[in-house]
Every structure is written in structure tokens, then in C-alpha cells.
Design a protein around this ligand. Sequence first.
Ligand code: NAD
Length: 353
Amino acid sequence: MAKLKIGVIGAGSISEAHFQSYANNKKVEIYAICDLNEERAKEKAEKYGASKVYVDYNELMNDPEIDAVSICTWNTSHAEIAIAALDHGKNVLVEKPLTTSVEKALQVEEAVKRSGKTLQVGFVRRYASNTQIIKQFIDQKELGEIYYAKATCIRRLGNPGGWFSDKERSGGGPLIDLGVHVIDVLWYLMGRPKVKSISGNTYSQLGNRKNIKNLSFYQAADYDPDKNTVEDMANAMIRFEGGASLLVDVSFTLHAKKDEIAVKLYGTKGGAELEPELSIITEKHDTILNITPQVDSLTFDFVQGFQAEIDHFIDTCLGEKETRSPVQDGVEMTKILCGIYESAEKGKEIYFD
Ligand SMILES: NC(=O)c1ccc[n+]([C@@H]2O[C@H](COP(=O)([O-])OP(=O)(O)OC[C@H]3O[C@@H](n4cnc5c(N)ncnc54)[C@H](O)[C@@H]3O)[C@@H](O)[C@H]2O)c1
């Protein structure tokens, strides 16, 4: 069988996870790489044996050999690149967040409809084995009705700089960068209820704290601490139709004692924790049980999650599966993220019809 030819647009930090996962998938050939930084694209092309290198993504789109693309560029460019790819008949895996405004998200959804191609949003945590374990329990109603969910992703020091902290290119700070993962995975496990109202706050009290010494943190490929126009902390209460609610807090920096990640769900018959470690909480014979599944990793396994996401995308391109993170979910998540920013800006709760 002929291999699917893949183009990767954006050859920075996260592209490495895409390249490695494609390289492990026998159904594909890493064929083209595009980056504004030609040297970076060439390095990856050499490492992964890609035959074409582009600087302008429009030229890559005109290459009829390419069947599917991964978009690993700055957030505000995702929509235009995704639309161009779809309009050129290519399937698309776009990194999270889908985009940075509801208007652009709807334009991408339109492009998916008119092209008949697949678009998968890179909600990688949906593909993690731990998420799928909990999903089976939820689908079998073993947690009952889920009415509360809680997500925390706190970095005490971790503004990645570069485009991440330039709102023009990122669309926002820790909420759109980290919050998107934890909100999405909970919303997915809750059964994707319709959002009813949002009350959010954002804070820019500490800046990026470039003065801090002796503590390392994740940095963008083009790290530059001199520009910082994004929030350093956000929190929100999201209400859904049917009465369930989700509470979230995230930061790039905060005077917290340590970094913290928590992803938890509570139902009428049981609870579940994805982070900090996989756990199921229930009650049997008048006794509360904390159950620890016996699995390879009790926390999110980045390599496994990415491989599963890429393998699923390829099977979707081949028409063998439906994507688990379709464009419609990207649109809903954009509504939630933009709703939190809007509520914070207005200083009041906002409502959805
Ligand atoms: N799924 C995850 O866990 C995860 C983790 C990190 C980043 N991401 C997402 O991946 C994307 C990239 O993040 P990163 O950390 O790799 O950033 P990065 O800065 O390391 O790399 C981005 C690359 O894209 C290139 N680029 C930007 N605009 C371009 C364009 N129009 N055409 C061609 N190349 C362009 C830049 O030159 C750079 O090399 C972001 O959307 C981010 O939210 C996802």
C-alpha cells in the first residue's frame, strides 16, 4: 500500500513529538517540512529524511503529493493554515488550541464541511491511555452522573517567552496554553455538555519574573523574555446545561510552593482523578474505596499520548476511524476559552444561548 505523505508546518519544540510519532507509524512517509526559519526546517528534514523543505506554507499547499499536514505553528496562525490545507484537499492535524477567536474557529469548521476532509484538533490528553481507562468507567455509568470537575495546572515559574507571551501570536497566556488541555479533557469526559455561563478572572500581577535565577523552566524555540503581554494567572467557574460545573485555575507564574497539576471528576456514584495520579473513588458495602489501577504510568504519558494521537489521525485519514477530537469540539473549546477572557475583561459572568 502506498504510504500517506505528511507535511509538518512549524518545526519548533512540539514538532519533535509529531515527527517521532510519524516516524514510528509504518503507514506514513514524512515528506515535507515548512518553517519560517529555514535552517530549523532543514535540520528536521535531514533528521527525519523529508525530501522537501519550505519556508512559505502556501507553497507546501500547492504540492499535490502531500496528503495530510500537522500544524505546529503559533496559535494565531493555526486557522489560516488549516483553512488553506483543507481547501487544497489535505487532511489536517492542528495543534491545540484550534484558534484564538470563535469567528476564526467557525471559519475552520466551514472549511472542513466544504472540503469533506478530516480535521483533528491536537487535544492529546484525549488519546492518553489513562483518559481512555476513565472513559470506559464513565461510559459504563460507574461514576453515575458527573456533576463537578476540577482542573488545576499551576506553574510557579514557567512563562515560555517568545511567541507564547506575545498575545498577538498566542491569543493569551496560561489559559489558552495549559488550561485548554485540562479543561478539554474534563469536558470530554463529562460528555461534552453545552456551556451555559462562565465567570472568569485573569491576573497580570507578577509578569514573567525574568529576574529569577537558579530555577529552569520550559522555553519556546525562540526564547525572548523581553515581551510579555499575556496574563500570568487565570481562573474560572464554568456552568453547563444540566447543572454540572467545572472549576479551573492555571498559571505561568504564581507564588505557589510548587508546581501542581490536578484533573478530577466527581459523580453521583464515584469519582476519578486523572492527575496527579490515576485513581478511582467509590463506595461499596458502606465503605469508601480508593482504587489504584495497575497500569504502566499513573500519570499522563506524553510519548504514549502523542503516538496514539498520531496513529488515530492516520487511521482517520485512511477512512478507518472517526477522529476523537473533531473540529466541532475545537469550536466549543474556543467558545469556552474566549468566554473566560471575555468574562474577565468585563468583570462579570457571561451567558450563552
Ligand atoms: N500538545 C501539546 O502538548 C503541546 C505542547 C507544546 C506546544 N503545543 C502547541 O504547538 C504549537 C507550537 O508550539 P511550540 O512549543 O512548538 O512553539 P515553538 O516556538 O517551539 O515552534 C513554533 C515554530 O513554528 C514556526 N512558525 C510560526 N509561524 C509559522 C508559519 N506561518 N509558517 C511556518 N512556520 C511557522 C516558528 O518559526 C517555530 O519554529 C502551539 O500552538 C502550541 O500551543 C502543544
